[in-house]
Write a protein that binds this ligand. Structure first.
Ligand SMILES: NC(=O)c1ccc[n+]([C@@H]2O[C@H](COP(=O)([O-])OP(=O)(O)OC[C@H]3O[C@@H](n4cnc5c(N)ncnc54)[C@H](OP(=O)(O)O)[C@@H]3O)[C@@H](O)[C@H]2O)c1
Length: 324
């Protein structure tokens, strides 16, 4: 089978298309003939700095859609030939990949294979950020970094549907701001956001801030919270050194900080992850959210997808077309 992998960390050019052995599912797993693979920022972090890479060579790719090819021992409720969306622990940039059955989902009603490849990371993550972890209540205000990206566009739509009083986004360019405004955001700030947020909220700050950037942006997000506000950290796009919050940052205004990692949840609480994903998928089925695919590349062009996202010029979701 064809797969795209890297043998060393570096720029998009380290991604090479190779012939590889077809993986077989172990107990509790299935293999999937991949139709499409979603591109996630985590794939770029894997390629450039080894994020969650167990060993080299490594095939990136955390989410796919396709048909079940083979079923491992002990798997119930999934059958060969069934169309599914799957969250994988790497390996998605390939004609065949393997996934734990607990993170393999029959296609939700009305969702085709193309959209399904974008379901399993972005939608449960965005749902958890707004609801399970962020606990957004009607009327509250929300601030979201990376508002025009894969997670950001879904968070905007979910927050609005949940009755947010105002949804504020932060992006790195004016075109991204315009794009985010079409996906649930009331106001989108380009670059610096602390002063604009204060101004927009009449000096009060926001009730919920969602941060996938880390470093100084995480600190500024925390500083942008109103009294009793919540910050959810869910990434470190800036690759800044880990930063901690303690009593000086949290006590005076009763602020709190939480975290979320969908990939960790697959091992720490797989049953919770499955419930979360199923609740989240309903939001795509009932039309609450759309999952905008803005660019599609052939598998062998994965490097181009990485260039687009790495240059901070992508919006919505990027897809790799694996089956011809
Ligand atoms: N914890 C979880 O479970 C989880 C799950 C999925 C995604 N994530 C995180 O959520 C974020 C979005 O993921 P995605 O796959 O949907 O990607 P994406 O948003 O489609 O694209 C990457 C995003 O990162 C921002 N960015 C890129 N380089 C940056 C840098 N050096 N400093 C600050 N921001 C940078 C870009 O926003 P601007 O150019 O507008 O700043 C862009 O929105 C990523 O940080 C990812 O790791 C976390």
């Amino acid at each position: 089978m064809r797969a795209v992998r890297f043998q060393e960390y570096g720029g998009p050019e380290v991604l090479k298309t190779v012939e590889a052995d077809v993986p077989e599912p172990g107990p509790g797993q299935v293999s999937v003939d991949v139709a499409y693979a979603g591109v996630n920022f985590a794939d770029l972090k894997a390629r450039s700095e080894g994020y969650r890479v167990g060993g080299l060579p490594y095939v990136p790719g955390l989410e796919v859609s396709g048909r079940i090819r083979a079923v491992g021992a002990g798997v119930e409720g999934l059958a060969v030939g069934q169309e599914v969306a799957a969250l994988t622990d790497g390996g998605g940039y390939a004609e065949v990949t393997v996934a734990d059955a607990v993170t393999v989902f029959p296609l939700p009603a009305g969702v085709g294979l193309r959209t399904a490849a974008t379901l399993t990371t972005v939608l449960p993550t965005a749902y958890a950020l707004v609801h399970s972890v962020g606990r957004l209540r009607s009327g509250e205000t929300v601030l979201v970094q990376g508002a025009a990206g894969g997670v950001g566009t879904v968070v905007g739509q979910l927050a609005r549907a949940a009755g947010a009083g105002a949804v504020y986004g932060v992006v790195s360019s004016a075109p991204k701001a315009a794009y985010a405004k079409d996906h649930g955001y009331d106001e989108v700030f380009v670059g610096a956001f602390e002063q604009p947020v204060r101004q927009a909220t009449g000096g009060r700050g926001v009730d919920l801030a969602l941060d996938p950037v880390g470093g100084e942006t995480l600190r500024a997000s925390l500083d942008s919270l109103a009294a009793f506000g919540r910050l959810v950290s869910y990434g470190n796009a800036s690759s800044a050194a880990p930063w901690t919050a303690g009593p000086p940052e949290l006590y005076p205004l009763g602020r709190s900080v939480a975290g979320f990692s969908i990939l960790s949840l697959t091992t720490t609480a797989p049953a919770e992850l499955r419930r979360l994903a199923e609740r989240a998928f309903e939001k795509a089925v009932d039309g609450t959210v759309s999952l905008p695919v803005t660019a599609e590349f052939a598998l062998a062009e994965a490097a181009q997808a990485h260039r687009l996202m790495g240059a901070r010029t992508s919006t919505g979701k990027l897809l790799l077309r694996v089956a011809d």
